[in-house]
Design a protein around this ligand. Sequence first.
Ligand code: FRU
Length: 493
Amino acid sequence: MDKKEKLRLAREYEKEESPKIEREEKPSYHMSVPIGWMNDPNGFSVFQGTCHLFFQYHPYSKYWGPMHWGHVTTRDFIQWESSLTALAPDMDYDSNGCFSGSALEWNGEQVLMYTGVEEFEEEDGTKRMCQTQCIAIGDGKDYKKLEENPVIVPDALPIGSSKTDFRDPKLWRDEQGFWSLVGSLNEDGSGQLALFHSRNMIDWSFVKILDQCKYEYGKMWECPDFFPLDGRQVLIVSPQFMKSDGREFHNGSNSIYFVGDYDAKTQKWSRKEAHMIDFGLDFYAPQTLQHTDGRQILIGWMESWDNSLVPEEYRWSGTMTIPRELSLKGEKLLQNPVQELLVYRKNQVKYMDYILEAKHGKTEIEGIYGRCVDMELHLSGREYRSFLLTLAADETHETLLRYEQETGKLTIDRTRCGMCKDLISIRSIQFLEEERELVKFRILLDKNSIEVFVNDGAYVMSTLIYTPKKADKILFQTDGKMTLTIEKYDILV
Ligand code: FRU
């Protein structure tokens, strides 16, 4: 196939094949891939007043393949419109894929910065991938790759840095010009973030290694994001090959944040220790945008590299989380669903002071059921040791959310959600002593996903379930006595 044809073919394929997927199969209020495979969010940004989201995309199968950039737009983060493929791997320097990156608006145009991947041969004949940073500029629909691409090559990095692991540029602009923060591997094999500067986006110079992993948090730091929030600065990275610390982090790919301070004049960055962004089973590579109304909004890929759960019969794989508004409480990142979701709440069912007791066993509460649901729970009364919520349930399926007050542990367990592979199914949040007063849950169900927001966004868990749609029961149980306020809505889009 002529390389130049790749973009046209991807667009045609999407137009023709995506309408064949039944709407019922797709999430109703979460962004999902039109057809084929999707991983990381890319270029999440505002352009001419509209929010744009690009994504790692392989339209032709539901498995990862040569990466394109898919493209959707939205006005409210709930309904997404396809803009068809934005980038295809159609140049020599990106012939093995257009990897993750970011976007900004400049001079009335939309600038995308992404990683081009190209195979090269070492002197001894071994084949390796070389990663470089490239730019494409467009009008919000069509993009032209710069003649000068690639604009940053790994030779610009400190000696010993990897040529193969050099990716996922975060691009931003201030009065000093353009900045790009790129994930890279240090001589010692651990992650580092390389900061580059440019006045014209074509000529870039290496400024410094802004941060280093030093084997403390995994190895390669993928998908950096770096932004001011509530008077501080936040760094987000997604490290590969992390090891569980027994409390916060799990093995493999995690997404973590650091709160710190950044002096833009001297590029001095100082930060404290890392924390987990999402404690569920499916969350990776989040990105944020700064909205015109000042909100910093985060979206993540709601899937996991290590545990793919997608049913055999599906022709698609890829869902994003609900976009979340970020704020800081001290040095803790709070995340809450975008306020736009409230518009889609319908059919309110509300209970004030519902008394739940051990003797009731597993209790169904009238009107509380469904698979496209936004439900808020307030818990009061401390005369219990555990509280169990059973979601997406019928006789043979269930996903459990259990809170053990004594140990301060909240666990999601999807063992019986309907899968027939031996995948990781249980994950917990271990609350610190002072955080155990668990009072509030907000739970979003959208057919195949569950997102749990605890205590006004202090903790979040996102998990896929792929349970038959008829399993729509929600059951409540405690081993003592508690008082619940329940507010449940259907989300109708
Ligand atoms: C993260 C990641 C990125 C890379 C992209 C490739 O999930 O591995 O580092 O750019 O996915 O699809």
